[in-house]
Ligand binder design. Sequence first.
Ligand code: URA
Length: 228
Amino acid sequence: MNNEVLNDEFLKSIDSNYEFSNKPIRRLKKSQQPGEIKLQLENLKKQIAEIDACDLKNHANQLVFSDGNFRSKIMLVGEGPGQKEDEIGKPFMGDAGKLLNKMLAAIDIKRESIYITNVVNYRPPNNRKPTTAEINKYSKFLYEHISIINPKILIIMGGTAMEALIGNNFKISKERGIWKDVIIKGKTYLSIVTFHPAYLLRQPDQKKYSWIDLKEIRKKINELNIIL
Ligand code: URA
């Protein structure tokens, strides 16, 4: 039997979906330069600004894109802008933002040292929760945003962020505080779901669980030697 027949027989005998390629494997990925990241973020912001037929955009004052350090290894995703954020143009500026700053400070994180964004980038009218259709519409931008920032830890704050990144058939009370692998655009991100500060303002008795999650986040930052 010649080699070709042998190879053919062999390939048929294994149930595989392998693709054979002559391309060399890129074993080392060059880390992105800050200028490239900035450009990608500007491009993404432009794409969001060009969204049309959107009820959220039509009612809002401005696009709320992000805040913090775009080179951070920690990325936090909230729900959507409220009144203060819509006025100022940055996420987490109102009462929930003040509590978020305190929560981060409690585990020795300065807000400026992480990167913060929301699922939807325009304020929902009367601060209502974004609908599933709206979450889906903005998710593609969020996925791109996460890919650009490429964090080592993704903090998913509240039910809306959980719906966008994990799915809508989960209960936050069950999912919070557990490290998860979330796959976005083919890449796995170490992620944790925790309560949203706006929820904690309404339900202060839940802060004890939030504190457990925050300590877990600090532990992971130390384990991974992440410098903030
Ligand atoms: N709540 C959020 O989820 N995001 C903000 O930016 C403000 C409040």
